[in-house]
Write a protein that binds this ligand. Sequence first.
Ligand code: DOR
Length: 440
Amino acid sequence: MSNYPSLLIRQARVLLPNGDFITGDVLTQNNKIVQVSSNICADTSVVEIDAQGLTLLPGVIDPQVHFREPGLEYKEDLFTASCACAKGGVTSFLEMPNTKPLTTNQSALDDKLHRASQKSLVNYGFFIGATADNLTELLTVNPTPGIKIFMGSMHGDLLIDEEAILDRIFSQGSRLIAVHAEDQSRIRQRRQQFADIHDPAIHSQIQDSQAALNATQLALKLSQKYHRRLHILHLSTGVEAQLLRQYKPSWVTAEVTPQHLLLNTEAYSTIGTLAQMNPPLRSPQDNQVLWRALRDGVIDFIATDHAPHTLEEKAQIYPNTPSGMPGVETSLPLMLTAAMDGKCTVSQVANWMSKAVAVGYGIPNKGEITPGYDADLVLVDLNNYKPVKREELLSKCGWSPFEGWNLTGWPVQTIVGGQIVYAQGKVNPQIRGQALSFGG
Ligand code: DOR
């Protein structure tokens, strides 16, 4: 039995599963959408939300985030990160295993699931990290969206840069393998070559396009060899996109981040190390090729790779500065602003940020506004523009690479499982999300 009221969202511009919009009402009951219609009569016990002039989209599912708990809570934790999600219209997230301890076995996964049940305002799932010696765990742990392999840009147990070990992991089991595709041996060699340079712009040359391409080619080769479900995380280069355009088996998917679409190497001159991430930002030409690949379906969906670090850490001198930037609070308005600028449609954005992710990871009943689906929804305002302001950010790191960008499509209300988790500029810290299931 639910202990919270039904919601009746009135006269929104509602995105339908076929990509069309109707102006109409959406009724939720318990955690489900129960009716979508031009005009719904409901009894007085429902909570009515006047959504005139607003657009209703399925809640965002962000399939790549680093929320730092346990072990690195000085950067972010599951409560602060999930508050940032609620504000950004992100109703579900898939989190990466490079926490402390690493998420490489069932007990570490159980610990994260327990922590999230206590602290997360939105729905959650956690990847299992591959090491050289946890194959049994990779085959058996549950629930998880898949196996994360760092082929590069990592140190310690999570780095797997030997083809023989990768081959062994690809050869056994059938669950999804998600790769961070960068060639560590090339990065190592180029790091030495450019060791005297402290301008962070060198980061994009050290971890260059060739390093990304080498690793993506290897992952594709192994996936092809075993017909293994492969997902390529944060695709960053035009050459990788061109490779996938020529050759992409049906069991392979790829994602791109808003920053690889919207930022490029020019950003180092304005925001310095805040632009440093892995894989690095590329050229304006790469931006264009990635956009085209996304629009053409070569790239399947969007992830933020939300990877917060403190401003103190980012203020060090390159290469001592950590790579990564936050993203969950700004991803939806960034993409909707791009849609309003004519780069794509609002319905494509909703597909890339919700439906296609649910399909890619087999997350049942999410990503569409239709009866029987989960009531994970976001109401956005596409009529007004507002800048990204540091002082309004909820992520613990307290900065964004997009500060000052004037964006539209900001969430006005976010609903998780039929409960309002964000409204009138405030999160409701009492709401808790649910563990996601996979393979549906
Ligand atoms: O820039 C990055 N930072 N890329 C990653 O893949 C990892 C991340 C982090 O955890 O900081």
